[in-house]
Every structure is written in structure tokens, then in C-alpha cells.
Write a protein that binds this ligand. Structure first.
Ligand code: SAM
Length: 292
């Protein structure tokens, strides 16, 4: 794959010999993956439908994996139209699992569109959590509303605004900051992205700003999950480090089945891209101090 030269250099500087593995992982055709939306269906009903349709599947982390060329066959199924399944990368399903939201809690999803993780949080709590889903972009916020309605998500309000301007008088038990990033972990030969140092600098600035504001919105003792689909330390562990002292890292103790992990700040998780997983970073933090 013709990877952007600057990005290649940065990955080589960060990961040495393993940069070659990353480059290979970004070149392969990724499997089609989706989860049963348990607000409307179940794992066994979806399994049955796939079997009846003659679509071969395997299961990772409780989600469905089918061949890349079966993407359109899955999209053509009535269960897709009805919102009984949601197409989502395996990596992107990790942050809601780490967030650990429970029924009755107030949850903020700061960068929510198109709603994969918001709807997963709603499903994991059987619609029992009170979710605020924030999205700055108007078109994407409309898409978010559409998806949440289709998927049967309840007790969730969508705010179309810059998450950095949310009133700090609001306080949440848990916050997901799935930050806008360069997407360096998700590029593919057909969608190589537009990496540049300028884009990286802009993302880093936004990530720092959003994380700093997230701490103002979090209750003391509350949990914050920070994630990106980038492989660059500047967007991942370096951002998390800016908050250490106010927060402590809580070990990301989930083990994505079959994933290869890259070295990162201990306690965080950095998934190497391959045919199953996109390159992805996730960290879980607990707010220990409100003195800032
Ligand atoms: N969490 C989403 C999901 O799982 O479907 C994907 C989120 S995507 C990585 C980042 C989103 O953040 C984009 O939709 C982008 O428009 C939005 N965004 C960027 N800056 C923002 C800001 N300051 N406030 C709120 N949303 C923002």
C-alpha cells in the first residue's frame, strides 16, 4: 500500500521493527463485523438468521465476523434494515465494554456520531442508563438521531454542540471520549486518508481540549474512557499523560480475542491492525482530584 511517507516515518519511529507488521495490517482487506443489537434482537436470533441465509460466520468478543465480500449480503438482510444488527468494527466495540456503564447512571458520550458506541452503551445497560450523546457536526448529529431511533435506544438525548462548550455544571458518572483523530489505524488501500502533520497537530489540540473539559464534567471517582482509531502516541498515550495526577489509570483489563497488541503506556490497550481489527487505542481513567 502507498502509505503517506510522513506517517510511515512516524510509525517507524514509534514501533521500530513492528512498523512493518502495522503496514501489512493496514493493507489487508478487513473482515465484515457486526453485533446483535440486544435492544431489538439476540445473539441466537441473529445466528439463526445468518445460518438460514447461508452466510458463514465466526464469533469474536461476542460479535459476528463474516468474509469481507459478504458485506452487501449482510446489509441486504431485513435484520439490518430493522436495526437488529449494527455494523461496527471489533476495535470500536472495545470502549463501551471498558466504560462499564450501569442502569441508573448518567453517561456522556462526547463525540457520538454515528452512534455505534452510544447504542452499544444503551444495549449493555438494557436502556437503563441516562445518556447524553454530543455531536458537533449537524449532518452527523442527524445521522446519530436516526440511528438511535432505528436501534431502539431510549433515555438518550442528543446535543448538537461542541463538547468542549458543555456546561460544567453538568456532572456525569461516566464519560466516553472517542476523540476525533487522524484515523491512522483505520486507513486501507482504498481509503488511504489524508494524513499530514497539520492534521495531526489539529487533532492533538482538540483531543487535549476535550479531555481537559471531560475532567470538569466528570464526578469525582467517575470513570472516563479515552479512545482513538489512531496508532500515533501523540494522539494516545501522550494525551492521557496530560491528565495523570488528576486521574489514575485503571487497567484496561479486556482481552480482545486474537488481537495483537502494540507497546503503549502500561494499563492502556493499543490494538495492532490486521484482517480482524482496526488499529485502536483505549484507556480507562478514574478521576481522583477535583483540584484544578
Ligand atoms: N463515537 C462514534 C461512534 O462510535 O459511532 C464515532 C466518533 S468519531 C471518532 C468522532 C466524532 O466527533 C465525529 O463525528 C466528529 O464530528 C465529532 N466531533 C469532533 N469534534 C467534536 C467536538 N468538539 N464536540 C463534539 N463532537 C465532535
Amino acid at each position: 500500500m502507498e502509505m503517506n511517507e510522513k506517517l510511515r516515518e512516524m510509525l517507524a519511529a514509534a514501533y521500530g521493527e513492528r512498523a512493518e507488521e502495522i503496514s501489512r495490517g493496514l493493507s489487508v482487506r478487513r473482515m465484515t463485523t457486526f453485533r446483535a443489537n440486544t435492544l431489538k434482537s439476540s445473539f441466537s436470533d441473529v445466528s439463526e438468521t445468518l445460518t438460514e441465509a447461508g452466510i458463514a460466520f465466526s464469533v469474536r468478543n461476542g460479535a459476528f465476523v463474516v468474509a469481507p465480500e459478504d458485506y452487501s449480503r449482510v446489509r441486504a438482510l431485513p435484520i439490518y434494515e430493522r436495526g437488529e444488527i449494527y455494523m461496527q468494527s471489533l476495535s470500536s466495540m472495545l470502549p463501551p465494554l471498558l466504560l462499564g456503564a450501569r442502569a441508573g447512571e448518567s453517561i456522556l458520550d462526547m463525540c457520538a456520531a454515528p452512534g455505534g458506541k452510544t447504542s452499544q452503551i444503551a444495549a449493555l445497560t438494557s436502556n437503563g442508563a441516562f445518556i447524553t450523546a454530543c455531536e458537533r457536526d449537524k449532518v452527523r448529529a442527524e445521522r446519530l438521531k436516526h440511528n438511535l431511533a432505528l436501534l431502539g435506544v431510549k433515555r438518550t438525548s442528543v446535543l448538537m454542540t461542541d463538547a468542549a462548550s458543555l456546561d460544567p455544571a453538568m456532572k456525569f458518572d461516566r464519560i466516553l471520549l472517542d476523540a476525533p483523530c487522524t484515523g491512522s489505524g483505520t486507513i486501507t488501500p482504498s481509503s488511504p486518508g489524508k494524513f499530514s502533520e497539520k492534521l495531526l497537530a489539529g487533532c492533538v489540540k482538540t483531543q487535549k481540549k476535550l479531555l481537559a473539559h471531560a475532567l470538569r464534567l466528570l464526578k469525582k471517582g467517575g470513570t472516563l474512557v479515552y479512545s482513538t482509531c489512531s496508532l500515533l502516541p501523540a494522539e494516545n498515550e501522550d494525551i492521557v499523560r496530560t491528565a495523570l495526577g488528576k486521574v489514575e489509570l485503571v487497567d484496561a483489563d479486556i482481552h480482545p480475542e486474537g488481537a495483537s497488541l502494540l507497546p503503549a503506556l502500561p494499563g492502556t490497550l493499543l490494538v495492532s491492525p490486521d484482517e480482524f481489527y482496526e488499529g485502536f487505542f483505549v484507556a480507562r481513567l478514574r478521576l481522583i482530584s477535583k483540584n484544578f
